[in-house]
Write a protein that binds this ligand. Sequence first.
Ligand code: ZN
Length: 164
Amino acid sequence: MQASEEVRREDGCLFCEVLEGKRASYVFFETPTGCLSLDPEPLSELHLVYFFKRHVTNVSELTDRELKDLNIIYKIPEIFGDADGPYRFWIKSGDGCSRVSEHLHYHIIKNSKAFYNEDGSSKIILDRSSGFPRLDIPEEELQSICEELKTRFETYQSLQPETY
Ligand SMILES: [Zn+2]
């Protein structure tokens, strides 16, 4: 991993453990201050996570550089040829918003028909406590998807060399 401006990690944090190589990593793309990863237990066929290289817990702590690098997530629909979506971008900032990890991270999720009831109303899938079923993808397949995404994002980066 590239060095971030300031190393700030917390013991027992899922994302810090990935950054320290103590936990399986599905990171396929890095900016100077953040990582794009596959969610290994996805809600839909395309479910990515962007997390910062510093252990920050609130959006108010983000630096200008971190905010600039974050722009990669808004390119994801375009990178997948779905510029018009639909995608969901989720972030939980600060205490009291029932998050699984305090380490600031975005979920980027391509919409799925499974998110809706037959009458068209939306199911509640905001966090793990909602019990919404996750897709069960074998480890080998996760690694193969990671390789495919790595190539896809490197190709994008090579076309935008001054961005990241
Ligand atoms: Zn952390």
